[in-house]
Each structure stands twice: as structure tokens, then as C-alpha cells.
Design a protein around this ligand. Structure first.
Ligand code: PLP
Length: 378
């Protein structure tokens, strides 16, 4: 099988699985316990937190474990808005965010919040001028992703955050960095954001573990209340096995991230030049800076069919984001792609382990699929 859908999820690294096994069978005690074995679990948990904080460029005390990227986005937006509700009821986001952000904003609209959804530029990012124009005295929170999961475009989050902060320092800035972590170089500190979401399964940890960075000094209320774990901010017995695996995956991937990013960038260019030679009818929708995502389209064809045909031949790519489950992509709609380009849009996403042979197989199968589909789809 040639798997090229790493933006949907990644396999768990053996080192990460090993760390999870040790946390499940050896250091399995509840970190809140008052005996020596529990203290060992707690110590391990804090070492794991520190490892991820180091890779993210923040203090361990600024990192809180959650169940997934979706929970981190929900927590940041719902509670960030709640924190500042007395100052105003206006939020700003983009029309190309992940559903975890967009659906949360839509929910808040039902509760009386006003949300401005900034349209993307033709490059799939956000114009600083549009953000400046959208800021209002009653704006309390801005949420803008770092890397778009369907396009691979990188938003200028540092600059966007600076614009917001120079307008009003008390406006909270959240970024969904789920697709950016370890794929593009950044630190939480350098971005200057208040809140930042991560997800483990995009970086070779298991599904069901995420984290939220909360900048020191931001008094974000908890989303989940209960036993007061995570310094009172995220209750629920800590999933120490998931956390151990997340931290181990981050240790391994962070050690080679610069080389991995260069490797994926080179592969991305290799795939594009091969496509230009062998299948020039495939177009790039945008040329995002993220090295692991290629946003492509075969205009006039149905991507759903194309992806199924490729899948039958063992090449796994996706028609837009895996989270849409057959619904038309809001990202392509926001980009105002023509119908033929939108219908034919698919995503190829790479990993540190991807090879040229994988991409040769992709191009070969795309050529075959196009020949096969042409009579019915043209
Ligand atoms: N944000 C972005 C940009 C994503 O790509 C994803 C997953 O696809 C999520 C959030 C949700 O993360 P999780 O699957 O951990 O809930």
C-alpha cells in the first residue's frame, strides 16, 4: 500500500507504542495518588509534558493535555469567549478553519455571539488588511489556523497576532496549529499567541490525545470540571499511556524535524514536476508553504471517484479533508474555485517516511485512473 494521507492521520511510531505499553503495564498508577508508585507516574507525566513543551517552545506549565485537537479548539474558543464576555460579543475567524473551530463558532452564534468569517486570499491565507478592517471595540477573540489542512497554506499568524494585539492587547488570539506542529518551524513564544491547539495523531502518536497551550497569565476557565487534574484546568484522570506515546513521538520527530521538513519539501517539488511532465491536466489549487500537503485538482473529474479508483489500486489519498465525509468542502467553496476544479480537488499528504517511489506510484496510478475515467467523466 502507498499511504499518502498523513494529514488525516499518521501511524504510531514503534518508540511511541513502546512508551505507551510501559505506561500501561509498569507506570500505570494514578498520578494523583499519594504513594511512591503514583509519584513515579506523576514524575513521568511531567517529564512528558516538558518534552512536548520544549518542542513547542513554551514552559511546561503552559501546556495542558486534552483528548484531541477538537477538544483543544473547543476549549480555547468557548472559554476564551466566555472569559471576555463582559467586554464584547464579537469573534473573528477565517472561512477556511477546520470544522472543530467553525462549528464551535456557529454554536456561539446561536448563543448570541457575532462572528466574522474572513474569506481566504487566492493563496489560501488571510489578508492582514482584512483582519485590521474586521477588528471592532467589542471583539474579544480571534482564531486563525497556522496551516490549512486541505491546502497546506501557512497563515502569517505572528503578523496577524501582532495586528490584533496592537489594536487591543486584551483580545485573545488562538491558533489551531494541529497541522503545523513539527511540519513548519515555529514556537508558541515567537508566534505571540495566547492559545494554541495540538493533536497527537498528526505527529505519530495515537488518536485521542491533544494539548492546549495557554500562555502564562491568561486566565482561561476550564471546559471540563471535575477532579481538578491539570492544575484545575482540565479534569479527568490523565491518560498517561497516550501522553507517554505523544511525548515519545514528539521527542523522535523533533530531533529530525528540520531535515524531515526539507525532505518533504523536496518530495513535494518532485511530485509536482513529475505531474507537470506526465499528467499536466492535474493542477495545483494553491502552492502552500507547508511541506507535507499538496492541494491538487483534476478539473472535470469527480475526485470522489478518482480517490476510490486510486484506493482500489492501493494508493491512499483523500478528496479534500477526511473530516468532511462526502460533504462538499467549505474550503474550496471559500476559495471560489470553479465547479470543475472544485469537483476534481484532492489532497496528497506526505510524511518524513515518504519516498520518491511512493510518489512515482501515485503519478503512475493517476495517469491510469485518468485514462480509465475519461470516457465517463469528460
Ligand atoms: N484542526 C485541524 C487543522 C485538523 O486538521 C484536525 C484534524 O484533522 C483537527 C483540528 C482535529 O484534531 P483531532 O482529530 O485530534 O480532533
Amino acid at each position: 500500500m502507498v499511504y499518502l494521507d498523513y494529514a488525516a492521520t499518521t501511524p504510531v511510531l514503534p518508540e511511541a507504542a513502546q512508551a505507551a505499553l510501559a505506561a500501561m503495564t509498569e507506570q500505570w498508577h494514578n498520578p494523583s495518588g499519594r504513594y511512591a508508585a503514583a509519584a513515579q507516574s506523576a514524575k513521568r507525566l511531567e517529564a512528558d509534558r516538558s518534552a512536548i513543551a520544549k518542542a513547542l517552545g513554551c514552559q511546561p506549565g503552559e501546556l495542558f493535555f486534552t483528548s484531541c485537537g477538537t477538544e483543544s479548539d473547543n476549549w480555547a474558543i468557548r472559554m476564551g469567549a466566555h472569559l471576555n464576555r463582559r467586554r464584547g460579543r464579537h469573534l473573528i475567524t477565517t472561512a477556511i478553519e477546520h470544522a472543530a473551530v467553525l462549528e464551535t463558532c456557529k454554536d456561539l452564534e446561536k448563543e448570541g455571539w457575532e462572528v466574522t468569517y474572513l474569506p481566504p486570499t487566492s493563496e489560501g491565507t488571510v489578508s492582514p488588511e482584512d483582519l485590521r478592517a474586521a477588528l471592532r471595540p467589542d471583539t474579544v477573540l480571534v482564531s486563525m489556523m497556522l496551516v490549512n489542512n486541505e491546502l497546506g497554506s501557512v497563515l502569517p499568524v505572528r503578523e496577524l497576532c501582532q495586528i490584533v494585539k496592537s489594536y487591543n492587547r486584551t483580545i485573545l488570539f488562538h491558533t489551531d496549529a494541529v497541522q503545523g506542529f513539527l511540519k513548519v518551524p515555529f514556537t508558541a513564544r515567537a508566534l505571540g499567541v495566547d492559545l494554541l491547539s495540538l493533536s497527537g495523531h498528526k505527529v505519530h502518536a495515537p488518536k485521542g490525545i491533544g494539548a492546549l497551550y495557554v500562555r502564562s497569565g491568561v486566565k482561561l476557565p476550564p471546559l471540563l470540571t471535575g477532579g481538578g487534574q491539570e492544575r484545575g484546568l482540565r479534569s479527568g484522570t490523565e491518560p498517561t499511556a497516550q501522553i507517554a506515546a505523544f511525548a515519545e513521538a514528539v521527542r523522535v520527530c523533533a530531533a529530525t524535524s528540520a531535515a524531515d521538513q526539507a525532505h518533504m519539501s523536496a518530495l513535494k517539488e518532485y511530485a509536482l514536476s513529475n505531474l507537470a511532465k506526465k499528467l499536466p491536466s492535474v493542477e495545483e489549487i494553491v502552492h502552500g508553504e507547508a511541506p507535507h500537503i499538496l492541494a491538487l485538482t483534476l478539473p472535470g473529474y469527480k475526485a470522489e471517484v478518482l480517490v476510490r479508483v486510486l484506493g482500489d489500486r492501493g494508493v491512499c489519498v483523500s478528496a479534500g479533508s477526511a473530516c468532511h465525509r462526502g460533504k462538499p468542502s467549505h474550503v474550496y467553496a471559500a476559495l471560489k474555485l470553479s465547479k470543475p476544479r472544485r469537483d476534481g480537488a484532492f489532497r496528497v499528504s506526505l510524511d518524513r517516511s515518504t519516498t520518491r517511489e511512493d510518489l512515482d506510484a501515485l503519478v503512475e496510478e493517476l495517469v491510469r485512473a485518468k485514462e480509465q475515467l475519461f470516457p465517463t467523466m469528460s
